[in-house]
Design a protein around this ligand. Structure first.
Ligand code: TA6
Length: 254
């Protein structure tokens, strides 16, 4: 259940996918939209949880009234996941592609009789012409946790977040609408999100890119992660409850 490519009608790639990306069992794919569950970042489980490492199944596909094409994939708990994380769960990822839009729906169901906390994130890698000429709008006034400064908390003071070095921040309780401007490509990405309150902005820059085996040393200028989901705090799902988060991308060319 990993979207690895979204293109314009002219075939231009809108998501970054590293040329060094792994496509092997048990290894995450460096690019597109890794689906993060039940843990974001480090913790008792593998980094970013196990959902992005598992094989999901296609539950259904459809062509919508308005011509958009949709697919829903699902993942259930298994002996392997229960050994890592002792909770039954049912996940669904809905992907719906339209002329200029890509809508993602993430459902988490708790079929068990105990509540469980989870984090759920679309770890989206946008392709940009040059991150040094790109900016993210919509986060002014939002408090963030800075992973590069021992998780220091600060409030974003800028209308436009620009990039001149490694950035790795979780914006907590961000507005529903965000925008990425890729000035060098003359492209804008509009992000709308519901019940996915938090946003992570990440670019590894030079040194970290060199340390990542599945990330080309020269690739960092051409990507920007703007991730949406439930990160801080985790969401606690009651027995029988279903949580649903939606993120929609719309692309606009100059
Ligand atoms: O995007 C936020 C982040 O947690 C960064 O700290 C960086 O580690 C990135 O995810 C990639 O993580 P991964 O496990 O996919 O290499």
């Amino acid at each position: 259940a990993h979207v690895t490519s979204w293109t314009t009608s002219k075939g231009e790639e809108l998501f970054f996918l590293s040329r060094a990306a792994y496509f092997e069992a048990e290894k995450p794919i460096r690019g597109g939209i890794p689906v993060i569950f039940p843990q974001f970042g480090q913790g008792p489980l593998p980094q970013h949880g196990f959902a992005r490492l598992r094989d999901w199944e296609v539950a259904r596909t459809s062509v919508e009234e308005d011509g958009r094409v949709a697919a829903t994939l699902q993942l259930d708990a298994s002996p392997e996941t229960l050994a890592l994380w002792p909770h039954p769960f049912h996940l669904e990822l809905g992907v719906c592609v339209g002329a200029q839009t890509l809508a993602l729906t993430f459902r988490v169901c708790n079929p068990g009789n105990e509540a469980f906390p989870f984090q759920a994130v679309f770890h989206t890698y946008f392709a940009v012409e040059d991150v040094r000429q790109s900016a993210v709008y919509g986060l002014k006034g939002v408090s963030f946790i800075d992973s590069l400064r021992q998780n220091a908390r600060e409030v974003e003071s800028r209308d436009a977040i620009r990039f001149d070095g490694e950035i790795d921040r979780v914006y907590v309780g961000a507005p529903h609408s965000l925008r990425i401007e890729d000035a060098a490509a003359g492209r804008r990405f509009y992000i709308e999100k519901e019940r996915m309150p938090d946003v992570t902005v990440w670019n590894p820059w030079v040194e970290k890119a060199q340390r990542l085996a599945d990330f080309g040393d020269e690739e960092w200028p051409r990507m920007l992660c703007v991730e949406t989901g439930v990160m801080d705090p985790a969401y606690t799902l009651a027995p029988g409850e279903t949580w649903e988060g939606v993120t929609t991308f719309r692309v606009e060319e100059r």
